[in-house]
Write a protein that binds this ligand. Structure first.
Ligand code: 6GP
Length: 830
């Protein structure tokens, strides 16, 4: 047998080209081979899309080599691993990012050029992977990039939705949602692992029996669904590590439901099984509002259960008991969406691994940690007890027991302050009894972190106050960050080259703090020239895109001013629009020679409104209505343009962010937990107009107050100002612009009434637009003044980039690794 084994091994070695070669010729060969054998076209005739597919497959081959070796290396070393659980990963495109991280982009560009293709053009063929809504999902994607780049033994776990975030179509200025069936043309960036699959149970009943003098619970499920793994390799930058994002897809399970097959209703039995696939079919499109829908809880449990089974199996490969579990495993919950994992791990340890309650709880409380991403208490998920009892009967029992033990403990600390105990309780009494997933997670996690300093302070004194008073040590702040690779180095190569030249090194791509070195050159005219040249190129590219989608020509000499993000009342796109109306009104009332002094602006909006959110949808329409009026007014010309860029997503962001002079982050203080768009813009030398909310405050501290435009009320005053609303008389300017909307200057006047009522009606301007209006106009005026002084502006722009070192996700992930997960790098040698 051993001779046979040797013979086979020798044969395999002989067959293997140790590693794929990355010279131009080998790359060309691999691309045309994929054209012929994967895409199944003739190598003599293929179009851009087919060329993209073949190129992607060729890149994938290289990713897989690195992926296999990294996983094998992790297996051999067996370090503590961190598993990042997230319902959302907003990845965007992969081709350029993968090639750049692998360090083979130039070779690919050259290889394709000789074949008659342009890599950048092919890259545009790729459909975004939009498995997320916005902030939280994009943060998860940036974190994966940093995990890999920092050589951390990390895995991402999530759901492989068949429909990503809806596509936003605009018809007559209204948003229409269209399904994003992104897998239609196949997805070269994933590997289906048919053999990595687990059964996930739902419904049914729990039987209790005695075994060896101990009462044991047996969950008899009413439904079973298979979770099949799809692996997505995530390469790090300039490292040989490639980590894994494992997404689960639901498939009908075999072997179950046999009874149904005997009833004679064969066809319906099969159709019913087919319904299982619905679990992973669609991403819920409302960020931070939940509707208590059964399917959503099913999704959450489905991916959590499969992931934990996978993790426990991996652990058991090298351990015979659970003593080492918390030294080998860190489980991170990206918001409370995966919080059912707490109960599921308890269930597995007790019901399947026979641990005692105390032992199991000891493990659970050492492995879990949580990030909270929001300030609004409504977005803390709650599940009706009735729903949980039917879907996850055993988990409900476990949650009750966790709560009972916890409240006993809590009583020792807070005495019989029943109001407080009721707020701490995982179970909320009321007309509908619910399970508070936030409380469940907080009770179980050893660390709960906010996403900016301000967010941490704020929730500690509001939402989490009661918990904070009993467990102050559990709460931390980890300011968000973004990957400078996707968002600066690869997304804005023109500026990236200038930065590299002036710093004399590319090292900033892995260590963003180094960009501080630009400060010493901030007033150098030569740098100014190169800086503006790079930014000009980007503006041209965006102007072309705007022309392509709208037929509107914008002047690249105008200030490009963007507010791009999900549309929400608290983000105050409406405030921006009201100031645009004010600007328009001023221009209209000016004499011709006065107009010469107006600083021309292109106001750019982008963002999706949650499908059921009327307010946000009206905002989309209002942007279009104002644009329609302003853009066609010959008296206004280039002085003001209002542009809505439809279907804002990661790749559209990559186009907009490098091209803007100004970006707006103007939420009411105390409502944006952090924000990450602000960081991306600042890194790219775009100045920020913002309120003192979320991470704007830290950006100001890093970049300097003098290089930013801040305005408005401060967070501590917000509650008081809200209650004093009745005595507040909004300024004349504010009333005038609202009047213009109400009078139908932009048409659709009845339709927009609801927007105006929200800020000047009796119910009272909750987000304080009226309060902030004059301060905002003043800030806008100083933006204009600054823009006229080109030298000053360029210096501010350079200093923005120079001050953005802290906002790299590498810094954030390093802090998480050291202070929360206690995991260390595990770098595969080349
Ligand atoms: C967002 C926050 O709104 C944003 O401020 C933050 O930057 C981002 O998370 C990343 O931390 N929250 C969400 O996207 C969300 O769905 C439940 O919260």
């Amino acid at each position: 047998e051993s001779i046979e084994f040797r013979r086979r091994t020798d044969l395999l070695f002989g067959l293997m080209d140790q590693y794929l070669k990355n010279d131009v010729f080998s790359i060309q060969k691999s691309i045309v081979d994929h054209v012929e054998y994967t895409v199944a076209r003739s190598r003599f005739r293929f179009d851009d899309f087919e060329a993209y597919q073949a190129t992607a497959h060729s890149a994938r081959d290289r990713l897989l080599e690195s992926w296999n070796d990294t996983q094998q290396f992790f297996k051999d070393r067996n370090p503590k691993r961190v598993y990042y659980f997230s319902m959302e990963f907003l990845m965007g495109r992969s081709l350029l990012n993968s090639l750049s991280n692998l360090g083979i982009k130039d070779q690919y560009a050259q290889a394709l050029k000789q074949l008659g293709f342009d890599l950048e053009v092919l890259a545009e063929q790729e459909i975004d992977a939009a498995l997320g809504n916005g902030g939280l999902g994009r943060l998860a994607a940036c974190f994966l990039d940093s995990f890999a780049t920092l050589d951390l033994p990390a895995w991402g776990y999530g759901l492989r939705y068949q429909y990503g975030l809806f596509r936003q179509n605009i018809k007559d200025g209204f948003q229409l949602e269209q399904p994003d069936f992104w897998l239609n043309f196949g997805n070269p960036w994933e590997v289906e692992r048919v053999h990595v699959s687990y059964s996930v149970k739902f419904y049914g009943r729990v039987d209790e029996e005695m075994r060896n003098g101990r009462s044991v619970h047996k969950w008899i499920p009413g439904e079973m669904v298979e979770a099949v793994a799809y692996d997505n390799p995530i390469p790090g930058y300039h490292t040989s590590n490639t980590i894994n994002l494992r997404l689960w897809a639901a498939k009908p399970s075999g072997g179950f439901d046999m009874e149904a097959f005997n009833t004679g209703d064969y066809v319906n039995a099969i159709l019913n099984k087919q319904k299982a696939e619905a679990i992973s079919s669609i991403l819920y499109p409302d960020d931070r509002s939940y509707q208590g829908k059964e399917l959503r809880l099913k999704q959450q449990y489905f991916f959590v259960s499969a992931s934990l089974q996978d993790i426990v199996r991996r652990y058991k490969d090298s351990h015979s008991n659970f003593e080492e579990f918390s030294n080998k495993v860190a489980l991170h919950l990206n918001d409370t969406h995966p919080a059912i994992a707490v109960a599921e791990l308890m269930r597995m340890l007790i019901d399947e691994e026979w641990l005692e309650w105390k032992e199991a709880w000891n493990i659970v409380t050492r492995v879990f940690s949580l990030t909270n991403h929001t300030i609004i208490s409504e977005s803390f998920e709650k599940w009706p007890v009735e729903l949980m009892e039917s879907l996850l009967p055993r988990h409900l029992q476990i949650i009750y027991e966790i709560n009972r033990v916890f409240l006993e403990e809590a009583k020792k600390k807070v005495g019989s302050d029943f109001g407080r105990l009721a707020r701490l309780s995982i179970v909320e009494e009321g007309s509908v009894k619910t399970i508070r997933m936030g409380n469940l997670a907080i009770v179980a996690c050893h660390s709960i972190n906010a996403v900016s300093q301000m967010h941490a302070n704020y929730i500690k004194s509001t939402l989490l106050k009661d918990f904070c008073s009993i467990w102050p040590h559990k709460f931390q702040s980890k300011t968000n960050g973004v990957t400078q690779r996707r968002w600066l180095a690869f997304g804005n190569p023109a500026l990236g080259d200038v930065i590299t030249k002036w710093l004399g090194t590319e090292a900033w791509i892995k260590d963003l703090d180094i960009v501080a070195g630009l400060r010493q050159h901030a007033s150098n005219p030569q740098l100014h020239a190169e800086w503006n040249q790079a930014r000009y190129q980007n503006k041209m590219r965006l102007a072309q895109h705007i022309y392509n989608i709208s037929g509107i020509r914008v002047s690249v000499d105008a200030m490009f001013d963007a507010q791009v993000k999900r549309i929400h009342e608290y983000k105050r796109q409406f405030l921006n629009l009201l100031s645009i109306i004010h600007r328009y009104d001023c221009i209209k009332n000016m004499a011709a020679d006065e107009r010469k002094r107006v600083v021309p602006r292109v106001c750019i909006f982008g963002g999706k409104a949650p499908p059921g959110y009327e307010f946000a949808k009206k905002i989309v329409k209002l942007v279009h209505a104002i644009g329609e009026k302003v853009n066609n007014d010959p008296e206004v010309g280039d002085l003001l343009k209002v542009i809505f860029i439809p279907d804002y997503n990661v790749s559209v962001a990559e186009l907009i962010i490098p091209a803007c002079d100004l970006s707006q982050h103007i939420s009411t203080p105390g409502s944006e937990a952090s924000g990450t768009g602000n960081m991306k813009f600042a890194m790219n030398g775009c100045l920020i107009l913002g309120t003192l909310d979320g991470s704007n405050i830290e950006i100001r501290d890093e970049i300097g107050q003098e290089n930013m435009f801040t305005f408005g009320v401060v967070v501590d005053d917000v509650p008081r100002l809200r209650t004093e609303h009745r005595n507040f008389q909004p300024p004349r300017e504010f009333q005038r612009v609202l009047g213009m909307i109400r009078d139908g200057i932009f048409g659709f006047k009845d339709y927009f009434n609801a927007l105006c009522d929200a800020v000047d009606g009796e119910t009272g301007d909750y987000y304080l637009l009226g309060r902030d209006f004059l301060a905002y106009l003043e800030a806008q005026a100083s933006v204009d003044t600054a823009f006229v002084d080109k030298e000053k502006w360029t210096e501010m722009s350079i200093l923005s980039t120079a001050g953005s070192g802290k906002f790299s996700s590498d810094r954030a992930i390093r802090e998480y690794a050291e202070q929360i997960w206690r995991v260390e790098p595990c770098k595969r040698p080349v």
